[in-house]
Design a protein around this ligand. Structure first.
Ligand code: PHE
Length: 486
């Protein structure tokens, strides 16, 4: 049996299941919503290039470090770090790194589910629209034909103003997440990934190819890869790219440690890490290449030129996916079918990530409180629902409640504060501590026997984990948080 000694005697049923679940956790709203939004807000090219740098030189080595901690420790993230610390005669306080990550994952879940609730709402809109185009025998036309531009652009604001509906969708999504996690690792979490991820990939490829033929592919390529070198040195662009790389690979969130614990001994973790990072990064770039051409095609030529010449900002943020994209589907041939498939695809990706976000703390709480999985899952999922509900008021009654008027938090309501705090503070801090722990503190023989690397690759990995990761993460954290420092 694969991973029989993991927490609660659970484990993935095969290597493929582990890789799919890990990819499922990595690929999510981070790739499909956050990546294009951050790329838009940070000027495209420079952000994307720095992001790829972060994935290769920081994300990938830390991904291997985290999965190996889990696989050796065979417990929840905190337990696993404690165990290795003790075996290495180091302080068990190092497990704080996993604790910080676990808190990060839990807090991300709170607002993640609100966003995923919006996706459910849009699936509803497009199901209705597709049904009516089918009824009229006119599938080839664009989506939402009866609606004016204002109405299409108003779908999201109308949803945001409707607190009850937002809460209902958030509740549905959280309930689905709880249902999967409550069933356990191989019966629930793994099944969701094994079924949904292959469909996700098929949809992504189909939509990208379609977008490439019908949209402004060249303009999107320009936007994503062309950059002003000066922006590469901008600390706030760097911190955004680092935060995004960690968020997208589910690092610094205790999650890869948790999933690693369910992995069997004969799995080569270096290889699986490379597969996970490659899949996740490809999806982010491909998603950019699907979303930007489609939205650019719907823009007036003058504003597109202004964007590409850097004089105008792309609608960054959430508007890109929920406002611009529906407008684009309106003019796109077969827009309601493509729109429907698009939002279903995003929903699948979101669910395989939200189960991971919840599992990170559930696996710890089962052992700590010695309570059954179902109970723990319902309690933690319920708590995340409540905090998420509070965050959702940031879009209506509490939009002006911006309690922290400093640093990266200024001008942010609760929703934005949770996102900034997790992606730009908690995840980098946890990842930094993990790198120092694996690079300097943990027993070398133990690390070497787990990582599946030899020769030069091993030396390169060790160098990155010991030197580059800690130095770069601390530098980016400090300069990004305290812009006046340099
Ligand atoms: N990586 C996921 C995404 O990109 C989010 C996530 C973060 C999931 C941390 C698990 C742990 O959407």
């Amino acid at each position: 049996m694969a991973g029989a000694a993991a927490p609660g005697g659970e484990g993935w049923s095969s290597r493929t299941a582990f890789v799919l679940a890990a990819i499922g956790s990595a690929v999510g709203l981070g790739n499909l919503v956050r990546f294009p939004a951050e790329a838009g807000a940070n000027g495209g090219g420079a952000f994307v290039i720095f992001y790829i740098f972060c994935v290769l030189l920081i994300g990938l080595p830390i991904l291997l470090a985290e999965t190996l901690i889990g696989r050796h420790g065979k417990g929840s993230a905190i337990e696993s770090m404690k165990k290795i610390a003790l075996e290495s005669r180091a302080s068990s306080w190092w497990s704080v790194a996993a604790g910080i990550g676990m808190l990060g994952a839990f807090l991300i879940l709170t607002y993640y589910s609100v966003l995923a609730g919006w996706i459910i709402h849009f699936i509803g809109v497009f199901v209705g629209d597709f049904a009516s185009t089918l009824g009229s025998g006119n599938i080839a036309q664009g989506a939402l034909q009866g609606s004016s531009l204002d109405e299409v652009q108003g779908i999201l604001p109308a949803l945001q103003a409707n607190s009850n509906e937002m809460l209902a969708m958030h509740a549905i999504f959280m309930a689905l997440t709880i249902a999967a996690v409550g069933r356990g690792v191989s019966n629930g979490i793994e099944k969701v990934a094994v079924w949904l991820m292959p469909i996700f990939f098929l949809l992504l490829i189909a939509i990208t190819i379609y977008g490439a033929f019908t949209g402004s592919f060249g303009a999107a390529l320009n936007f994503l890869f062309d950059f002003e070198p000066a922006r590469l040195l901008d600390p706030s662009v760097q911190l955004s790219a680092l935060g995004q790389a960690l968020f997208s690979l589910s690092l610094g969130s205790a999650l890869m440690i948790t999933y690693g614990a369910y992995a069997a001994r004969d799995i080569n973790l270096a290889k699986t890490s490379a597969q996970i990072a490659t899949a996740d990064t490809s999806v982010a770039i491909i998603a950019g290449l699907a979303i930007f051409p489609i939205t650019f095609a719907a823009l007036a030529p003058a504003s597109l030129t202004a964007i590409l010449e850097g004089q105008e900002q792309v609608q960054g943020g959430l508007g890109l996916l929920f406002v611009n994209l529906p407008v684009a589907f309106q003019t796109m041939p077969a827009g309601s079918l493509i729109g429907l498939l698009f939002f279903i695809m995003v929903f699948f990706a979101a669910l395989t990530s939200s189960v991971a976000l919840l599992e990170a703390s559930v696996s710890w709480a089962i052992g700590y409180f010695k309570k059954p999985r179902w109970l723990v899952t319902i309690v933690l999922g319920g708590l995340a629902f409540l905090i998420g509900a509070w965050a959702s008021f940031s879009f209506n009654s509490q939009a002006d409640f911006q309690p922290f008027d400093f640093m990266i938090f200024s001008g942010q309501p609760v929703f934005g504060i949770i996102d900034e705090f997790t992606a730009k503070i908690l995840l980098p801090t946890s990842a930094l501590l993990v790198a120092i722990f694996v690079g300097w503190i943990a027993d070398r023989r133990l690390i070497d026997s787990e990582n599946g690397l030899d020769g030069n690759l091993h030396r390169i990995w060790l160098f990155l984990v010991r030197w580059l990761c800690p130095l770069v993460i601390s530098a980016i954290l400090l300069t990004g948080l305290f812009p006046g420092l340099l």
